[in-house]
Ligand binder design. Structure first.
Ligand code: CP
Ligand code: NVA
Length: 318
């Protein structure tokens, strides 16, 4: 059966550990500039309904460095953009390429694409989930703290697509994940419920609060993201009035976390809104490591979803 990656919940704890380990090996290996051919003769289609810097580049470069090819198309270039159904698009792409990475406005459209596709579909961000980002965030956290299990991660601000995928990533890793968000901006209830249930077997816990100071207390990592995600621009004034300044990650808020806590943000960032420049440009910030780790984790993920068992042989060979 083909393996999609749409929310993050598709991974088992073991698969997640495997992808992170393989990604770390790819990261070390990159310095050697040795050519790889793991994706030789494989082509992936990258479809973008919204702008992207990191997701597009990290997947394109990852595919290229693994010896594969990619074709990137914006919606305006695709018949999908003028009414062809996701089902027809997926069926046709399945005959032409070996995998699909799609950034879409509506998660439902991605689910329709994945259901009709016989090749793996990776979510490059939807309005509800951004799982590829969380692989990079977890690798960065693991690099800094040398473990994931038992860490406390505090999400502060909008319980958005990134937060929804973090819930699964944290639960699968045995992390204690605490969200501080205003009532109307909480993460998806279904994701909270499912993450709590995953946590029962991994030791991870999920807590949803309103108070950012309580959430951040003794945290090993504080995470936030924009208060105005793509597609929510018309709601900007209302969002900023509810979220600012209470949920802005400032030096003062960071002072309630552990002294050696790190700060994560998937970027693009809006200094003065969800985070102060002092924090994102300061010594606790690991945002550029996260951005770089998008590349290494894209490689790990691509191997898992496209190569199945062969990925284990690759991991052994690195
Ligand atoms: N973090 C992230 O997904 O960035 P892009 O929107 O630039 O792809
Ligand atoms: N939550 C943000 C993430 C951008 C990478 C958005 O959806 O716009």
């Amino acid at each position: 059966m083909k393996k999609d990656f749409l929310t993050f919940a598709e991974l088992s704890p073991q698969e997640l550990q495997f992808v992170l380990g393989l990604s770390a090996k790819f990261k070390k290996r990159r310095k050697k500039m040795a050519p790889a051919s793991h994706l030789r003769m494989r082509t992936l289609a990258l479809l973008f309904q919204k702008q992207s810097t990191r997701t597009r580049l990290s997947f394109e470069v990852a595919i290229r460095e693994l010896g594969g090819e990619s074709v990137t198309l914006s919606m305006s270039e695709l018949q999908l953009g003028r009414g062809e159904t996701p089902e027809d698009t997926a069926a046709v792409l399945s005959r032409l390429v070996h995998g699909i990475i799609a950034r879409v406005n509506s998660h439902e459209e991605l689910v329709r694409l994945a259901s009709a596709s016989s090749v793996p579909v990776i979510n490059g961000l939807s309005d509800r989930f951004h799982p590829a980002q969380i692989l990079a965030d977890l690798l960065t956290l693991q690099e800094r703290k040398k473990r994931l299990r038992g860490l406390k991660v505090a999400w502060v601000g909008d319980g958005n697509n990134v937060c929804n995928s973090w819930l699964y990533g944290a639960a699968l890793s045995g992390i204690d994940f605490v969200v501080a968000a205003p009532r109307d901006y909480r993460p998806l209830e279904q994701a909270v419920r499912e993450a709590k249930s995953i946590g029962k077997s991994t030791g991870g816990t999920i807590t949803i609060l309103e108070d950012p100071i309580e959430a951040v207390r003794d945290a090993d990592c504080v995470v936030t993201d924009t208060f105005v995600s793509m597609g929510f621009e018309s709601d900007r004034e209302k969002r900023l009035s509810v979220l600012m300044p209470k949920y802005t990650v400032s030096e003062e808020l960071m002072s309630h976390a552990k002294r050696d806590a790190i700060f994560e943000h998937c970027m693009p960032a809006h200094r003065g809104e969800e985070v102060t420049s002092g924090v994102i440009d300061g010594p606790q910030s690991v945002v550029l490591d996260q951005a770089e780790n998008r590349l290494h984790t894209a490689k790990g993920l691509l191997c898992l979803v496209l190569l199945g068992k062969k990925a284990q042989a690759i991991a052994r060979s690195l």
